[in-house]
Every structure is written in C-alpha cells, then in structure tokens.
Design a protein around this ligand. Structure first.
Ligand SMILES: Nc1ncnc2c1ncn2[C@@H]1O[C@H](COP(=O)(O)OP(=O)(O)OP(=O)(O)O)[C@@H](O)[C@H]1O
Ligand SMILES: [Mg+2]
Length: 301
C-alpha cells in the first residue's frame, strides 16, 4: 500500500477526524409522535491516530451512531464532521462525498454478511475495485492487507472454509485494502471465540499503533476498552460519560446504571469496598487487582 499514516507522537494534539455535534436521529416508525430518538444530542469526537472505545448496553444507539459516521444515515439535527468538514450531502460534489466516504471504513459483527466473493483474495480486492483503483495497485493492496491480518497463505482459499475469526480477519483486510484513515469496528469480535477475539484485538492495536489508523471500537467487552486512549459510554441514545479508562471505570455505580460492568478485577475491589474494604479504584488489570488484595491480606497477618 502506498499510503501510511504516522502513529501519533506523545503529547501531540492530532486533528479531529470524526465528530458528532449535538447529533440526533430517530428511525421512521409507524407512529412518529411516540418514536424515541435512537441517538439523542450526542457530542463525540475521535482524533486522528486515537484508539477510542464506545460502550453501551443493547439498544443504546451505538450502531446508529456508527452508521451516521459512515454516512449510511443523515442526522435529523446536529452535525457530523469528517476531517473537520460538516457533511451536507446535497451541498457537496460527488468527488467531495467520495473522499469523505473513503475516510471511514466499517467492520461489522457478522463476517458472513461482509464477504462477497468465492475466493479470499477476490473478496479483499472487491472494495478497491469499486473505488476504481488500477489493477496493479489492487494486487499490491490485497497482498499487503492479507499480510497485515496474517492471512496471506489463505489468499486462494474459499471464505466458507475459514473459521469465524479468520473470516473476520478477511473482512478487516477488505476494509484495509480501501485504505480508510479511520475504521469503526461495530462489535466485530462478538461472534468469535476467545482465541479469535484475541487475534482480532491484536490486529486492531497493531493497525492503530504501527499504521496510525484511527480506531473507534464499539464493544461489549470491557477488557477491550481497558487499553483504549479514551472511552465513551452511551445510554438510551445519549453519551452518559466519557474519559480515560481509569476515569470511566472508576465510577462503577454509574456503569451499573448503564447496565455495564467494570473489568472483573475492578468489580471485585468495588464489591470488597462495599463490605468495608478500602481498596483503591480503579485497577484495571486483573493480576494487579489480585496483587492489591494479596498485599492487604499480608499486611493484616
Ligand atoms: N432499523 C431500525 N428501525 C427502527 N428502529 C431501530 C432500527 N435499528 C435500531 N433501532 C432502534 O434504535 C435504538 C438504538 O439501536 P442501535 O442498534 O443503534 O443500538 P446498539 O447500541 O447498537 O445496540 P446493540 O448493542 O444491541 O448492537 C434501539 O431502540 C433500536 O431498537
Ligand atoms: Mg449495535
């Protein structure tokens, strides 16, 4: 691939790549007077090179927001900005819209819905072919995208022969071959076993750290959010809280209000505090939590 995005240097403030400003969106229902907004006055931004996680219970509006960033839907009110520009579809030229659509790629939950061809390499080539990329460059992009997800040896394999985790890696390669600067992963590990999930998570982090690709990871798995630069929590269409993993997971009570849990170790310390303990919160690493408890135990004996 010819283009590569510089990983962020520490202390450097990167430009905002995707942003929602006071965005609301309601699905058209049979009775619009009673329809509640799926996304309700949301403010959210992701800087170039950031790794941001979006958490929230079922139905809190996460996928709807992702589709607003991917221009599948347009907001009823508020603004979506991509690369610092407000997206107004009927006031933009086709070229401008094309460029904006190329900025954000999406990987969904079910890889079976994303794979279109009968051979892996044709599948990965599908996106760049649609973008009109010259065939020599497509070859280069496909090879590199497959290498990035560790699937080069499966180039000639039929996707239906692959495991769920391998299929998801092919779906990621297909998005990578279009060279978006930002990728939104919408519960992309939800259907995978722990091994497949770990593989996909490693790839996400590598793409972010080594390639500088901006990541918005929508997930139910708290452990995936622990290593994020920042976290947003949505509840009933609104952003309930945002901050660093330490800030967000410290407030276990607020998380519970949103039907979410902190990472397992943090939850345990919180419960122990409810029984009269005075453990510091948050410690996000399970082993570190165990160490905190063990040290307290040793102090007492
Ligand atoms: N196509 C649709 N038509 C009507 N209502 C919808 C549609 N898609 C989603 N909704 C509603 O919009 C709200 C937000 O849904 P959304 O899919 O954005 O939530 P989510 O946070 O992604 O949930 P999940 O964790 O289950 O994926 C929910 O109340 C949902 O029922
Ligand atoms: Mg969803």
């Amino acid at each position: 691939m010819t283009q590569q995005y510089e990983p962020a240097k520490s202390g450097e403030e990167r430009p905002i790549i995707i942003e929602a400003r006071n965005v609301s969106f309601t699905y058209e229902g049979e009775d619009e007077s009673t329809a509640l907004p799926a996304v309700n006055g949301v403010d959210l931004y992701v800087r170039e090179g950031e790794y941001v996680c979006l958490l929230g219970r079922n139905g809190s509006g996460k996928s709807t927001l992702a589709k607003l960033f991917n221009l599948i839907f347009a907001p009823d009110s508020g603004e979506i900005l991509i690369n610092g520009r407000t997206v107004v579809e009927d006031k933009m030229t086709d070229d401008e819209l094309f460029e904006i659509r190329r900025t954000v790629g999406m990987v969904f939950q079910n890889p079976d819905n994303q794979l279109v061809a009968t051979v892996v390499e044709e599948d990965v080539a599908f996106g760049p072919e649609n973008l009109g990329v010259p065939s020599a460059e497509i070859r280069e992009r496909v090879d590199e995208a497959l290498a990035l997800v560790g699937m080069s040896e499966y180039a000639k394999t039929a996707p239906h022969m692959l495991s769920g985790g391998q299929k998801q890696r092919i779906a990621i390669a297909g998005v990578l071959a279009m060279m978006p600067r930002c990728i939104i992963f919408d519960e992309s590990t939800a259907m995978l076993d722990p091994g497949g999930r770990a593989d996909v998570m490693r790839i996400l982090h590598r793409l972010n750290r080594e390639r500088g690709i901006t990541v918005l990871n929508i997930t139910h798995h708290m452990d995936e959010a622990v290593s994020a630069d920042r976290i947003y929590v949505m509840n009933e269409g609104r952003v309930m809280t945002c901050g660093t993993p330490e800030e967000v997971f410290c407030d276990v009570a607020a998380l519970r209000e949103a039907a979410l849990e902190a990472p397992a170790g943090t939850e345990l310390l919180y419960e122990l505090n409810g029984m009269g303990g005075d453990f510091p919160l948050p410690s996000l690493d399970f082993a570190e939590c165990a160490e905190i408890i063990a040290n307290k135990y040793k102090e007492k004996n």
